[in-house]
Design a protein around this ligand. Structure first.
Ligand code: ADP
Ligand code: ZN
Length: 364
């Protein structure tokens, strides 16, 4: 088993991420050791509930636990669902001496984290991510949230888990499109911060798609380490953490344009290509590097062309309205090479709308 330790200075928190197999046994002994007198609420979704019963609840012999299951999908990440989970916890007399174990993908992790952060003013949270996206990205870094009609993730908090248990066995039942969805975030970490990791992904496409365990373990570890280095220095996205938004200025607008019917990884994959075209158009990134990224996205079946019906002006308007844009001007993380940022500190910059338009046109 591998262990990665994260220390977040601002909130003086430190937690461990365990990566390996037979993780449920480790989770059970962790809970026995640290929370034996507490009540455990396992929050999951309806698809995962049977696995949860079999793999996790069964192992928690001496611990009092209940499973709270929500319908799968982004629609469940709502304020209403948060209240519904809270009402169940209150009804079952969960108090301060409770622990939340979130078993699922990004949806379960984000809403469970938000519940944990406000329930009785905050109770311990443990993540057991079951999708690649949740393993490499959303369970790490302490962002919790729900969506509203006004957009995704607009209501939430920074709240770090006490521990993260990553069990590769969960990936066995993951369909290819869900695997590739998470891979887009690993590619983001590689293309913006680590050229040798980018080479690794290029050289191991088939092994990744076949879910080779050693290859995926390395991929997950490396992605987490890269994210860890950023958030340890900038917990709340005041500066350096902006690098993690590479591909996301376009990606978020694209997701919103299609009312969140397209998968996040697919949108930010295309976003990375368009944002690297922007980097190229302003003279920072060689065209060969844009092509390399494009080729890699294609080998995983990630889209590199826009939906034909798209209204580019509306898309640019959505980018300007993004919560990360400053004074209505969209901000972009600019690359100068594979694994190399133009602004070493990771800060994003304003880009002229004409350049944005041109970069988008090139992917039509
Ligand atoms: P993410 O945001 O991490 O992509 P979601 O929480 O939206 O993931 O989950 C996507 C879908 O995958 C949901 O329907 C969920 O029930 C399902 N799912 C999650 N983990 C697994 C798994 N290990 N095996 C199969 N399906 C899974
Ligand atoms: Zn993302």
């Amino acid at each position: 088993m591998d262990k990665i330790s994260i220390s977040v200075k601002n909130s003086e928190k430190q937690y461990e991420i365990m990566i390996g197999k037979s993780i449920p046994y480790k989770l059970a002994s962790y809970l026995e050791k640290n929370h034996s007198s507490k009540k455990v609420a396992i929050i999951t979704d309806d698809n995962l509930k049977p696995i949860c019963n079999q793999k996790i609840a069964d192992k928690l012999k001496g611990i009092s636990s209940v499973i709270i299951s929500i319908p799968p999908g982004e629609k469940s990440k709502s304020r209403e669902m948060k209240a519904h989970i809270e009402d169940q916890l209150l009804g079952k007399k969960f108090g301060r001496d409770s622990v939340i174990v979130a078993v699922g993908g990004g949806v379960v992790g984000d809403i469970s984290g938000f519940v944990a952060s406000t329930y009785n003013r905050g109770i311990p949270l443990i993540h057991v991510p079951t999708t690649l996206l949740a393993m490499v990205d959303s369970s790490i870094g302490g962002k919790t949230s729900v969506n509203t009609e006004h957009g995704k993730n607009l209501i939430g908090s920074f709240y770090h888990p006490e521990a993260v248990f990553i069990d590769l066995d969960f990936l066995e039942t993951i369909p290819k499109e869900e695997l590739v969805n998470g891979l887009a975030e690993s590619i983001k970490m590689a293309v913006s911060m680590d050229s040798s990791f980018f080479n690794f992904i290029e050289n191991n496409v088939q092994k990744i798609l076949k879910k080779d365990s050693e290859t995926l373990t390395f991929l997950i570890k490396k992605s987490i380490e890269l994210k860890k280095n950023v958030i340890e220095q900038d917990e709340k996205e005041q500066g350096q953490r902006q690098v993690l938004n590479f591909g996301h200025t376009f990606g978020h607008a694209y997701e919103k344009y299609f009312q969140y019917t397209k998968k996040h990884g697919y949108c930010i994959g295309l976003g990375q290509l368009i944002e690297s075209r922007i980097s190229n158009l302003i003279g920072s990134l060689p065209i060969e590097d844009v092509q390399r990224l494009s080729n890699l996205l294609v080998t995983f079946g990630l889209p590199i062309n826009l939906d034909k019906s798209i209204d580019i002006e509306k898309l640019i308007e959505l980018m300007s309205m993004d919560k990360k844009s400053l004074g209505n001007v969209p901000q972009f993380v600019i690359l100068k090479g594979i694994g190399m940022l133009k602004n070493g500190n990771g800060f994003s910059e304003e880009i002229d709308k004409e350049i944005i338009r041109k970069a988008i046109e090139l992917s039509r």
